[in-house]
Design a protein around this ligand. Structure first.
Ligand code: CAA
Length: 260
């Protein structure tokens, strides 16, 4: 598929997905959401890809939210369909079998911040500003923000952010635990690439199964979660990666993983 709103580059096992509507600060319209879902599915199926990075094209925004022009005249059913389209696109990223890193290079607002918090790890530029301004527009977050934020920062902080619609700095979001790391703007992509390389060097199957366990911890009770972990831990021993990792340790060399 040829994308109109995304640029996808794959190099040495790392896929870089750039959201590409810079004139509209990469606002998410229906077409872009469909393309994100398509690209997410394709990258998930591509065995050569071990880590995915998402960032915004241009110097100003990661994503400034869902497209307000497209939403302005929606009916109730239209609003629900638009939300579900976001749910599908963002769910594809969240459930991808490989790690997804958000490189937040500027504004990540509303639906844009909802994309970021569905990724596994967020690194942000020190110039980035994030938040959920939806209530200032007479709506509330519709791409998962009301559900994911409280799990990340607790009910009270999630409610304060969403009820006020205030925009906060990357540093404030870091202090709240919403962002993993804040880096100087011009070093963002270098730091994110270094992170991707570090993850890429580890057993792909183990990283994939760990992601599945960690995501499951949000919906399973403790006992079910621990049983799920035991099952995935056992599965690691069915892989060549585990043999390679432990043999390399014994032979005092670096392992070479093939994701098998
Ligand atoms: N939708 C559509 N277009 C958008 C947009 C959005 N979310 N955000 C920015 N744009 C467009 C602007 O309309 C403008 O287009 P024109 O040049 O054609 O006028 C262009 O991008 C540049 O934006 P600004 O001139 O406004 O740039 P700025 O630097 O003055 O301000 C900003 C930047 C503070 C991010 C401001 O653009 C803004 O407040 N954007 C809207 C943010 C927002 O409310 N996001 C939440 C959307 S609702 C949502 O996401 C719902 C959901 O959960 C699913």
């Amino acid at each position: 598929m040829e994308y109109k709103n995304l640029i996808v580059e794959i190099k040495d096992g790392i896929a870089l997905v750039k959201l590409n509507r810079p004139k509209a600060l990469n606002a998410l319209n229906s077409e872009m959401l469909e393309e994100i879902k398509h690209a997410g599915d394709a990258l998930n199926a591509n065995k050569d890809v071990r880590v995915v990075i998402i960032t915004g094209e241009g110097d100003k925004a990661f994503i400034a939210g869902a497209d307000i022009l497209e939403m302005k005249d929606l009916t109730a059913i239209g609003g629900m369909k638009f939300s579900l389209k976001g749910f599908e696109a963002i769910g594809t990223l969240e459930n991808m079998e490989k790690p997804v890193i958000a490189a937040v290079n500027g504004f990540a607002l509303g639906g844009g911040f909802e994309v970021a918090i569905a990724c596994d790890i967020i690194y942000a530029s020190d110039k980035a500003k994030v938040g959920f301004p939806e209530t200032t527009l007479g709506i509330h977050p519709g791409f998962g923000g009301t559900q994911r934020t409280a799990k990340l920062v607790g009910l009270a902080k999630a409610k304060e952010l969403i009820f006020t619609g205030k925009t906060i700095t990357a540093q404030e979001a870091y202090k709240m635990g919403l962002i993993n790391k804040v880096v100087p703007h011009d070093q963002l992509m270098g730091e994110v690439m270094a992170l991707a390389e570090k993850i890429k060097a580890n057993g792909p199957f183990a990283v994939r199964l760990a992601k599945e366990c960690i995501n499951k911890s949000l919906s399973l009770d403790n006992k079910e979660g621990l049983i799920f972990e035991a099952k995935n831990f056992g599965l690691c021993f069915a892989t060549k990666d585990q043999k390679e990792g432990m043999t390399a340790f014994v032979e005092k060399r670096k392992p070479t993983y093939k994701g098998e």
